[in-house]
Design a protein around this ligand. Sequence first.
Ligand SMILES: [Zn+2]
Length: 490
Amino acid sequence: MRIAIGRVFAELNHFSPVPTTLRDFEAMGIYYADEIFQHSAEVWEIDGFLEEARGARDVELVPTMSARAMPSGRMDAETHDFLKGRCLEELRRVGQVDGILLALHGAMSSDDEYDFEGDLLATIRGEWGENTPIVVTLDHHANITHKIIQAVDALAAYHTEPHLDSFETGVKAAKIMFATVRGQAKATIRWRKIPMIASGNLLAPEGPLGPFFAEAEEYEKQEAVLAVSIFPEFPYADTPELGWSVVAVTDDEPGLAQEIADHLAKGIWRKRELFLPEGRPSPRQAVEQALAIDGGPVVLGDYGDNTAGGATGDSTAVLKELLGRELGGKAMLTIVDPEAVIQAIKAGVGEVVTMEVGGKIDTLHYQPVEVTGRVEVLTDGRYSSLLGETTMGSTAVLEVGEIYIVLSELAGPNVDPGIYRSVSLEPETAKIVLVKSAFNFRAYYGAFAKGMMVVDSPGVTAQDLPSRADDYQLAPRPLFPLDEDTRFEI
Ligand SMILES: [Zn+2]
């Protein structure tokens, strides 16, 4: 069998003032045809597809395209048209296939289309017809829509937070695809939407989501159950189908699939209070608590300015709390600020400059802060993150006493130490390290951090959803926890 594979992936934040553009996808690399295989180690779902195909002599995987971006707001029309158009062109280019296996996110949108994945999949289904199986993997931060469910034969999503099982999710989806094409399984999909969103503790397995993922995995041990996926959704997307979902795929057992989806959905709804925002330290409290810890590094997760969730990366909330304090070691942080980078380049390495940094993009939540520091390093911003090769554009490091500010043109992933190491800063030797991540950083810093905490900081990914209830224009209401009168009955 010939199976077309590909990937289009980003988590787009509707509250960000900055559109996601083609440049953001190019910065992380857009790959075509065989290039995808060369970069498969960066795309773990595709690595999972490859692994499952290796053991099957009757399978030929045909690569199409792979694109991924550090997210900002909804895509502009040009980017939307490019991604959708190229994805379809590449699928047409590879000719006759027996199935289409894609790694998607589920929270992509543009100015004109709030459901990029649903629209893309419906178009593929329309062109390739009912007899070509379509199976997708999704991030569990997907907002599942009717269009997605109607267009696919099956789907599978991550079961871990941080997401460490992308590879296993790829293997699972490939197994379903190959069994379907061989006529060994008849994928049957059922789902249940839950009228709730969440920004609280989603850690799994140790957080409140853990038992639900464990239950999903128990179901998956049954022979007739192919995949059970729980979607705690992406709350910073204002769409008509915003909300948690549970999706179950069985082998020709529609009743069982619906029963599983309903059972898990009811259980999650009963425990909904567990997913409310937790009491987390403010930026000031976080810095004070970090300084009270003996040694370092203490890693602070900037919840409100989480660039992996589409935030702008130009927060000064933590910087303000660091300035003027005796830190007893280095503090490292990143700020997206193209103007400041230009000023640093003009000054040159070794020169001392006074400038305003940060707070120029998301002007609703941040203000610029004046600092005086020495330009330590200038780079082109290329670096190797654990998420792959990427660039943050022109980059400068400003040394302000004990504080090292990495100023960059673009927001690159600041989840693992790669971003700091690329500019000759070593997080292991720091007292405080700021990461632009709410949960995923734990997987990369846990081995050597003296402390890790998530900061209740401001920004377009702030955890306090109820306070922004009025910002949602399209989302279905009532919706927990925005509306007290939300009910859920099956
Ligand atoms: Zn995710």
